[in-house]
Design a protein around this ligand. Structure first.
Ligand code: GSH
Length: 242
């Protein structure tokens, strides 16, 4: 059994989709990031960067011993689960090299740029034209990178669907909702649609849909989620009621 620490956001969907694709048994542990659950000491012991997704595998893959195995960071989780099950991460070294490139690219580029864009478009109080433009342009640039990559491919690596697609896709799913149409990126739009049609992808995105209200529940929670207080990992604060 796998404990899956999750909240329904693009980063969470990477792993809900993969777990559904793999058909693995898992138990969802909600990490309400709008309420501050990510700062609970029990969660920080699993995910020291106070972010979900994370997993604990109670039946670790061969070679990992028999103690429950915690893993944080979506790309690390995806590689682990794909290697454990022998799916979506072909054994060929050149393909693996390419998959790894697109995994690291996602967690270092598309994800953070999209995340900051979303922050300034959806959450930041007041107007921040420079910051909003900077992240809009960077997100737009990333979509251009994907468009070129998909110019002669159905999927990000070769002709097979891999964890590179699974990890990148949720951050393209939300493009339109963030005010970035995909008309300029027809190959990306077609790939987005191709992946979206997979039943496991639908199930992954639907997981915990009822929790997706999108907003921090209090001023204190908002300040902590957006790190307005310069917090470290002190754990849950008692002031979340406001
Ligand atoms: N690089 C991380 C990013 C994870 C991430 O940013 N998760 C966000 C939600 S989308 C989170 O848990 N935020 C809580 C916080 O910032 O306190 C990954 O790919 O796993």
């Amino acid at each position: 059994m796998i404990d899956f620490y999750y909240w329904p956001t693009p980063n969470g969907w990477k792993i809900s989709i993969l777990l559904e694709e793999l058909g693995l048994a898992y138990r969802t542990v909600p990490v309400d990031i709008n309420a501050g659950d990510q700062f609970a000491p029990e969660f920080l012991a699993i995910s020291p960067n106070n972010r979900m997704p994370a997993i604990v595998d109670h039946e670790p893959a061969d070679g990992f011993g028999d103690q429950p195995l915690p893993i944080f960071e979506s790309a690390a989780i995806a590689r682990y689960l794909a290697i454990k099950t022998g799916q979506f991460y072909p054994a060929d070294y050149r393909l693996r090299k390419e998959i790894d490139e697109w995994l690291y690219w996602q967690v270092g580029n598309l994800g953070p740029m999209g995340g900051q864009m979303s922050h300034f478009v959806n959450y930041a109080p007041g107007d921040h034209p420079y910051s909003e433009k900077r992240y809009r342009n960077e997100y737009h640039r990333c979509l251009g990178v994907l468009e070129r990559r998909l110019a002669d491919r159905e999927y990000l690596v070769g002709e097979v669907y891999t964890i590179a697609d699974i990890v990148n896709w949720p951050w393209v799913l939300i493009a339109k909702a963030m005010g970035q149409p995909l008309d300029e990126f027809p190959r990306v739009a077609a790939w987005r649609q191709r992946v979206k049609q997979r039943p496991a992808v639908q199930r992954g995105v639907d997981l915990g849909k009822q929790w997706r209200d999108g907003r921090p529940k209090s001023a204190a929670a908002r300040n902590r989620l957006f790190n307005q207080t310069g917090h470290t990992d002190r754990g849950s604060q008692p002031d979340d009621a406001g």
